[in-house]
Design a protein around this ligand. Structure first.
Ligand SMILES: NC(=O)c1ccc[n+]([C@@H]2O[C@H](COP(=O)([O-])OP(=O)(O)OC[C@H]3O[C@@H](n4cnc5c(N)ncnc54)[C@H](OP(=O)(O)O)[C@@H]3O)[C@@H](O)[C@H]2O)c1
Length: 431
C-alpha cells in the first residue's frame, strides 16, 4: 500500500509518474512511499490548471517537514492554507448507522473483550489523565504505570481523592523511574482549566493527555461561574477549552520528545443515541441553558456528541505532527462512579442489575482508552475508536445537517472561549 504525494500541477504527465515502489521515488512532482494504510495525499497550487481550479488537500505537516528538503524549490512556490490538513478519511468496516445502533452496541458488549495493552514502553514519558481518582481514569492511569510511564499526572478536582488514588496506584509497585503527581483541575471553572494548562507548560514534555473527566446528573443545574448547563459545561465546554489549551503546550514540547503528543478524549457509544432536540437552535448554547424539564440522560449524551464534533474540527486545524487527537469509547462500564446519582434512583437500581450482566469492569473498559492513547498513530487523528479499531463517529457527524451543526458549534465555542484567545492559538498551530 502506498502513500502518494503529488506536488505541483496535476496533469496527465503526473499520473504517468506515479509508480508504486518500495523505495522513495522523488520526481519533480511526486513522492511515493510505502505506508500501512492506502492513503492519498494531494497538494496543489492555487493557480488554475486544466482540471482543478482550487487547492485540493494539503499534506500534513508531518509529511511536509519530511519532504521539505527534497522539495524546497517547489514548496517555496506553494501557499499553504491554514486548514485542511487532510488525510483521506479511513475506510470503515461498518456504516455509521450500524456502528451507532443499539443492537450493534449489545453485540459488541457481549462478544468483545479488549486486549490488555502491551508491547509499548512509556518509560521516560509524561502523561496526564483527567478524572483519574476513580473509575476508568484511575484504571487508565494504572495501565500507564504498568507500561512504565515516567511521570503520571492525576488531574483531579478533589486533591484528597487524588492523593488517595495515587497511594492506591503505588501499592505493590516499584516506582523506580516513575512518579505520580496530583494536580488540581476543576472543570466547573475556566480559571482552574487555564491554571492547569499554564502549569502543563512547565512540563519538560507532554507525551499523552487523556481527557476523561465527565459527569451525568439527575437534577438540572446551571454552572455557578458561567450560567451554562452544568453537564455541557463540564463534559463539553471546559473539556474543549482544556483540549485546545494543551495543543500549544504539545507544540512547545515537540522538540523534547520523539513523537507528537497524543490527546485522547474519552468518548461514548451514547453519542449516536441522543435525540439532540436542540440541534436546530441557532445559537445552540442558550438552548441548553434554559430552565425547565430537561432529560438529563439525553443531555449527557449530547454533551459527549459535542465532544466528537469539536474534536473532528480541531483535528482539521492542528497538524498531527504536533498532536494526534483522537477519541474512544470504553464501552459500558458497570463499576465506575459515573452513575453515582442515578444509582440512588429506582430506575438506576434496576438498570444496575442489567449493567452488571453486560458491562465491563473499569479495568477492562479502560483498555480501550489506553489503546487509543498509546497504540495508534496519525491515522487516528480526528477519529474515533471502538473495540480498539477505527470506527465511524455518530452518524449525524457525516450528514449535511451535521456539517452545519459542526460549523455553528465551532463558531459558538470559539466565541465562548474567546477570553482565552483559543481561536488565535489554534490558528497559530497551522503556521
Ligand atoms: N461508565 C460508563 O459506562 C461509560 C461509558 C462510556 C463513556 N464513559 C466516559 O468515561 C469517562 C469516565 O467515566 P467513569 O465511568 O470512570 O465515571 P466516574 O467514575 O464518575 O469518573 C468520572 C471522573 O470525572 C471527574 N469529574 C467529574 N466532574 C468533574 C469536574 N467538574 N472537574 C474535574 N473532574 C470531574 C470525577 O471526579 P470526582 O470523583 O471528584 O467527582 C471522576 O474522577 C467519562 O468521560 C464518561 O463519559 C463512561
Amino acid at each position: 500500500m502506498y502513500c502518494i504525494l503529488l506536488l505541483g500541477y496535476p496533469s496527465t504527465n503526473t499520473s504517468k509518474q506515479v509508480r508504486p515502489t518500495r523505495r522513495w521515488c522523488i520526481s519533480q512532482r511526486c513522492v511515493i512511499r510505502k505506508v500501512p494504510e492506502p492513503t492519498l495525499f494531494l497538494y496543489t497550487h492555487t493557480r488554475p490548471f486544466p482540471t482543478v481550479e482550487k487547492p485540493l488537500f494539503e499534506v500534513s505537516d508531518f509529511y511536509r517537514d519530511r519532504f521539505a528538503p527534497h522539495f524546497h524549490r517547489t514548496l517555496e512556490l506553494l501557499p499553504i492554507p491554514a486548514t485542511n490538513h487532510l488525510v483521506m478519511p479511513p475506510q470503515f468496516d461498518v456504516t455509521p448507522e450500524k456502528e451507532g445502533s443499539i443492537s450493534n452496541f449489545f453485540y459488541r458488549q457481549l462478544s468483545f473483550t479488549p486486549d490488555v495493552v502491551s508491547g509499548v514502553s512509556l518509560a521516560g514519558k509524561t502523561a496526564i489523565v483527567t478524572g483519574s481518582n476513580t473509575g476508568i481514569g484511575l484504571e487508565v492511569s494504572r495501565q500507564f504505570l504498568d507500561l512504565g510511564v515516567g511521570r503520571l499526572i492525576l488531574a483531579v478536582r478533589n486533591e484528597d481523592k487524588g492523593k488517595a488514588a495515587a497511594a492506591g496506584l503505588s501499592v505493590g509497585r516499584d516506582l523506580k523511574g516513575s512518579s505520580i503527581e496530583v494536580w488540581k483541575l476543576d472543570l466547573d471553572s475556566y480559571e482552574s482549566v487555564v491554571a492547569f494548562a499554564d502549569r502543563a507548560e512547565t512540563l519538560d514534555r507532554l507525551d499523552i493527555a487523556v481527557l476523561n473527566a465527565a459527569l451525568v446528573l439527575t437534577k438540572h443545574e446551571l454552572n455557578e461561574n458561567t450560567g451554562h448547563d452544568e453537564t455541557i459545561q463540564v463534559n463539553y465546554l471546559s473539556t474543549a477549552l482544556l483540549m485546545a489549551l494543551l495543543v500549544p503546550v504539545a507544540k512547545a514540547k515537540r522538540a523534547n520528545q520523539d513523537g507528537p503528543t497524543r490527546i485522547t478524549l474519552t468518548s461514548s457509544d451514547v453519542c449516536a443515541w441522543t435525540s439532540f432536540k436542540e440541534k436546530k437552535s441557532v445559537p445552540l448554547f442558550p438552548e441548553f441553558d434554559k430552565p425547565g424539564n430537561v432529560n438529563l440522560a439525553d443531555r449527557m449524551m449530547v454533551s459527549k456528541l459535542l465532544g466528537q464534533f469539536f474534536l473532528a474540527e480541531l483535528a482539521k486545524r492542528v497538524p498531527s505532527s504536533v498532536a494526534v487527537i483522537n477519541c474512544a469509547t470504553p464501552g459500558m462500564v458497570h463499576d465506575s462512579e459515573f452513575n453515582r446519582q442515578v444509582d440512588l434512583t429506582l430506575a438506576g437500581k434496576i438498570a444496575k442489575v442489567f449493567m452488571r450482566r453486560i458491562g465491563y469492569t473499569s479495568p477492562v473498559g479502560a483498555r480501550h482508552i489506553t489503546d487509543a492513547a498509546v497504540k495508534h498513530g496519525e491515522e487516528t487523528h480526528g477519529q474515533y475508536l471502538s473495540t480498539q479499531k477505527l470506527k465511524p463517529m455518530a452518524p449525524i457527524i457525516y450528514t449535511d445537517e451535521g456539517k452545519k451543526i459542526s460549523e455553528q458549534l465551532w463558531k459558538e465555542t470559539m466565541a465562548e472561549l474567546s477570553f482565552a484567545k483559543i481561536e488565535d492559538l489554534i490558528n497559530e498551530m497551522s503556521k
